[in-house]
Ligand binder design. Structure first.
Ligand code: UD1
Length: 367
C-alpha cells in the first residue's frame, strides 16, 4: 500500500509504484487529500501518469493536529480492511507521519510492516513540522530507504539498527529523468516570453518564511531586488498567496512574474531553463542539483546538505535579509550553470526506484 498526500509525494510515488509493479508487487494507492486543488494534486496524476487512487481520504486542510488526526481516523479502517503486507510512506509531510503512526500501532494486530521512502534526512531544526514528521516516521519504520549516503549517519546517531536501512538513491530523480524530454517539448520559458538562461525561478512556502509579515516581506523584497536584473518567475503556493493578502504585501509582488502553481512538466521545463533558482523547497534543491542550475536556499539549514556539498545549492546567509538574498543570487550567477547530471550525488541516477523495489523484496524474504 502506497500513501500519497501532498504535492512533493506525487513525483516519488510515480516512479516507485511503476517499479514495484514491474517487480511483481500488487500495489494499492491511498491519497489522503492533504493537497486537493487540481494544480496541487490532480495535475500531477495526469502529468506523471499515476493511476487513480484506490482510496481517497479527502481530508483537506486544517491545523496540524486536526489534519493528522483526520488522516489517522480515515486510514485505520482501510488498513484493517485491506490488510496490506507492507505500507510505504514517502517524504516528510503530515500524511507521512499520520499513516506511519497508524501502521506501527496496528503492527502486532495485523502484521503490517512499514517502509519509509526518503528516510534519514535531517535539518536538525526541531521547529520545522517536516523535521518532526521525518524523525518520528523513521522511528516507526521497519525498512528505511535512504536517498543519499549522508542519511545513514543520521540514522546511526539516533540508534536505528543499520539492518533496517537500505541506501537506494533519489526516486524523485527517476521521475525527473523520465519526464525531461516531455518538459523540453513543452518549452514553458518560450511560451512565457522568457529567454532560456535569462530569468530566475523562485518558490517560497515554508511556514518560517511565509507565516510572519517580516519574514515574507524579506523573501519577497529579496526577489523584487533580483527582478531589477532579470525576470523572476514565482509559481505561488496557495499558503503563500493567502499570506500575501493577509499581510497586505501585494505591492512587493508587482515586479515579479507571479503564476498559479505549475504542473510537474511545466515546472521542470521552467527550472531547467533558469539562470538560477531561489527556493525554500526540498525538491527544488534536489532537482536543480541534477539539472546543473545554481540554487539559493532561503533556509537556516537544509536536510539535504549533499545538494550544497556536491550539488549546485547554497544557503543564503541567516537571518535572511533583502541584501543577503541578493548577494547569494549574485554568487549563484557567478557560479553559473553546469551540464545535466555533472553534479549528481551517488544514486541520483534514474535507477533508485528499482533499487527500492529490490530492497523491499529482500525485506519481504527476511520477514
Ligand atoms: C505541505 C508540507 C510540506 C511540503 C508542502 C509542499 C506538511 C507539514 N507540510 O505544506 O512539507 O513541502 O506541503 O507543497 O505536511 N492549500 C490549498 N490547496 C491545496 C493544498 C493546500 O489551497 O491543494 C492551502 C491550504 O488551505 C493551507 C495551505 O495551502 O492553508 C497549506 O497547506 P498544508 O497542507 O498545511 O501544507 P503546505 O504548506 O502545503
Amino acid at each position: 500500500m502506497l500513501v500519497a498526500g501532498a504535492r512533493p509525494n506525487f513525483m516519488k510515488i510515480a516512479s516507485i509504484q511503476k517499479a514495484l509493479e514491474r517487480g511483481g508487487f500488487r500495489t494499492i494507492l491511498v491519497h489522503t487529500g492533504q493537497h486537493y486543488d487540481d494544480r496541487m494534486s490532480a495535475s500531477f496524476f495526469r502529468d506523471l501518469e499515476i493511476r487513480e487512487p484506490d482510496h481517497h481520504l479527502g481530508v483537506g486542510s486544517a491545523s496540524h493536529a486536526v489534519q493528522t488526526a483526520r488522516i489517522m481516523e480515515a486510514f485505520e479502517p482501510i488498513l484493517l480492511e485491506t490488510k496490506p503486507d507492507w505500507v510505504l510512506v514517502p517524504g516528510d509531510v503530515n500524511s507521512t507521519l499520520a499513516c506511519a503512526l497508524v501502521c506501527v500501532k496496528l503492527k502486532e494486530a495485523t502484521g503490517v510492516r512499514l517502509a519509509h521512502l526518503e528516510a534519514g534526512l535531517r535539518s536538525h531544526d526541531w521547529r520545522m513540522p517536516e523535521e518532526v514528521n521525518r524523525v518520528l516516521t523513521d522511528r516507526c519504520a521497519d525498512l528505511l530507504l535512504t536517498p543519499s549516503r549522508d542519511a545513514a549517519a543520521n540514522l546511526d546517531a539516533e540508534g536505528i539498527d543499520a539492518a533496517r536501512v537500505a541506501f537506494v538513491g533519489n526516486v524523485m530523480i527517476d521521475t525527473l529523468m523520465e519526464r525531461l524530454s516531455a518538459a523540453r517539448a513543452c518549452a514553458i520559458p518560450a511560451r512565457m516570453g522568457l529567454v532560456s538562461g535569462r530569468y530566475v525561478v523562485a518558490t517560497v512556502h515554508r511556514p518560517s518564511n511565509v507565516d510572519t509579515a517580516v519574514a515574507l516581506g524579506t523573501c519577497l523584497g529579496g526577489l523584487a531586488a533580483i527582478a531589477a536584473d532579470l525576470p523572476v518567475v514565482v509559481p505561488l503556493h496557495p499558503r503563500t498567496r493567502k499570506q500575501i493578502t493577509a499581510f497586505g504585501l501585494d505591492h512587493l509582488i508587482e515586479r515579479l512574474r507571479i503564476t498559479e502553481p505549475l504542473g510537474y512538466i511545466e515546472m521542470l521545463s521552467l527550472s531547467e531553463g533558469a539562470a538560477a533558482a531561489i527556493t525554500d523547497s526540498g525538491g527544488v534543491q534536489e532537482e536543480t542539483t541534477v539539472l546543473g542550475v545554481p540554487c539559493v536556499t532561503l533556509r537556516e539549514q537544509t536536510e539535504r546538505p549533499i545538494t550544497v556539498e556536491e550539488g549546485t545549492n547554497e544557503l543564503a546567509s541567516w537571518p535572511l535579509t533583502i541584501e543577503g538574498i541578493y548577494e547569494a543570487y549574485r554568487r549563484a550567477m557567478q557560479r553559473g550553470r553546469v551540464g545535466l547530471g555533472t553534479r549528481s550525488p551517488d544514486g541520483w541516477d534514474g535507477c533508485a526506484s528499482e533499487r527500492a523495489a529490490t530492497a523491499l523484496r529482500e525485506a519481504v524474504k527476511r520477514d
